[in-house]
Design a protein around this ligand. Structure first.
Ligand SMILES: Nc1ncnc2c1ncn2[C@@H]1O[C@H](COP(=O)(O)OP(=O)(O)OP(=O)(O)O)[C@@H](O)[C@H]1O
Ligand SMILES: [Mg+2]
Length: 433
């Protein structure tokens, strides 16, 4: 199968060739023809398998073949949970669409709104946005979404969990009822799938790899460890392995700052990225890390989803996420597009229950290593319990169970203004992330 066989136009084929892709990935093979047919879709495939091109390529073609408007109304809306992911998808849209006459823009909070408003006035075919700023600008009358033909929720399960659901519901009320809806992610829980049925109309379900699974080429090491010794072990690993590019996940912003400081004290260059940092700092940190100018990026889960750092060799879970899906996404920052990768999780006794949940979700059983000098205190199997208050997998802002938001049909989406805290949002950070 080639990209040409998928029915893509010459201008797209040229851009694909320039990107260096020789053949479509399995999810692209399956998704592209169906998107071109105009179908609604729930698509799932492992991290790093090219889902972005799976929706961007056919959308570009549909838009190019569509109605030729004199003024450009926004015809496609792509929503993402974080600003960094929005920027990355915008970059992809520009690359894949470079031989086409389509305009795209990215919109997110934490930066001045004026340039965004100016861009909107010039006309935009494809808008990639985080929900907060979009609602903000819509409330101010700067964005018209009445001509949306295609809606994409990338990282759809995250977009439909409690942290974002209200914003998404609000945005739905601004869109025409007839439109094509595309939901993409590497993970979908049963609850979220039910919720998705309220958005999708007669959808095709496209799966390239078993849902909620981790990429085989990622070597996963689970190391049981004494909590106070995690920092010294991390430093030792980086130094002894002479690792030059390591992404480290912590659970909290404070934890990220603290670890970052300790690494820098040891002359391991590190920057932190999380929701309390200015957008300027966030952008700089990610860019410098990608370029190899800083050795370590210490991140909360805002860097867990979708971010593509080609050939990133190492991911460390300094703390284990209490939401199992986040584990899949975090380690998926390595081992992308067929490259190798190693993901190391440092697990203290309090986190053993999370590992058990992750094993269940990803249908695998880990060998747990113990390293001399870093052993955790003894704990009996029966004493392994989820830490208090975290039993129901919460994300800080009331849990991710969607308990008070019924799946619902389109009518369910109310028109209430959920943007009371407007200015402070748009980064997709809930709770302490
Ligand atoms: N057909 C292809 N051939 C080779 N590389 C590709 C192909 N399609 C995409 N890629 C590359 O694969 C990498 C991962 O793609 P992408 O970010 O779309 O993955 P994803 O499936 O969305 O992952 P995630 O679930 O983490 O968001 C990117 O660097 C992209 O350029
Ligand atoms: Mg993606």
């Amino acid at each position: 199968m080639t990209f040409k066989d998928l029915g893509l136009s010459d201008s797209l084929l040229k851009a694909i060739e320039e990107k260096g892709y020789t053949k479509p990935s399995p999810i692209q093979e399956k998704a592209i023809p169906k998107v071109l047919e105009g179908r609604d879709m729930l698509a799932s495939a492992q991290t790093g398998t090219g889902k972005t091109a799976g929706f961007v390529l056919p959308i570009l073609q549909l838009l190019e073949n569509g109605v030729d408007y004199r003024k450009r109304p926004i015809r496609t809306l792509i929503l993402t949970p974080t600003r960094e992911l929005a920027a990355q998808i915008h970059q992809n849209v520009k690359e894949y669409g470079k031989h086409m006459d389509l305009k795209s823009m990215v919109m997110f909070g934490g930066v001045k709104q004026k340039p965004q408003v100016a861009q909107l006035r010039d006309g935009v075919d494809i808008l990639i946005a985080t929900p907060g700023r979009l609602i903000d600008l819509n409330n101010q009358g700067f964005v018209n979404l009445k001509k949306i033909e295609i809606l994409v929720l990338d990282e759809a399960d995250r977009m439909l969990d409690m942290g974002f659901l209200r914003d998404i519901q609000r945005i739905m009320t601004l869109l025409p009822e007839r439109r094509q809806n595309l939901l993409f992610s590497a993970t979908f829980s049963k609850d979220i799938k039910k919720l998705a049925t309220g958005i999708l109309s007669n959808p095709v379900s496209v799966t390239a790899t078993p849902e909620n699974t981790t990429v085989e080429v990622i070597k996963q090491r689970i190391i049981r460890m004494d909590k106070p010794r995690k920092t010294s072990f991390t430093i030792k690993m980086i130094e002894e392995g002479d690792w030059q590019q390591v992404l480290i996940f912590t659970r909290t912003k404070h934890g990220a700052n603290k670890l970052c400081e300790k690494l820098n004290n040891k002359k391991i260059t590190a920057m932190a990225i999380h929701g309390n940092k200015s957008q300027n700092h966030r952008t700089k940190a990610l860019a410098q890390f990608k370029k190899g100018e800083v050795r370590v990026l210490v991140a909360t889960d805002i860097a867990a989803r979708g971010i593509d750092i080609p050939l990133l060799p190492h991911v460390i879970n300094f703390e284990i996420p209490n939401i199992s899906e986040d584990y899949v996404h975090r380690i998926g920052r390595t081992g992308r597009a067929g490259a190798n990768g190693v993901a190391i999780s440092l697990v203290d006794n309090e986190e053993l229950a999370y590992i058990r949940d992750i094993e269940k979700l990803t249908k695998q059983k880990f060998d747990k290593e113990i390293i001399e000098g870093y052993e955790p205190p003894y704990i009996a199997e029966k004493d392994i319990k989820a830490p208090k208050g975290n039993g129901a997998q919460s994300r800080g802002r009331g849990g991710s169970k969607n308990s008070n938001s019924k799946p619902g049909n389109k009518k369910h989406y109310h028109t209430g203004n959920s943007n009371k805290g407007g200015g402070n949002r748009g980064g997709g950070n809930s709770g302490n992330r």
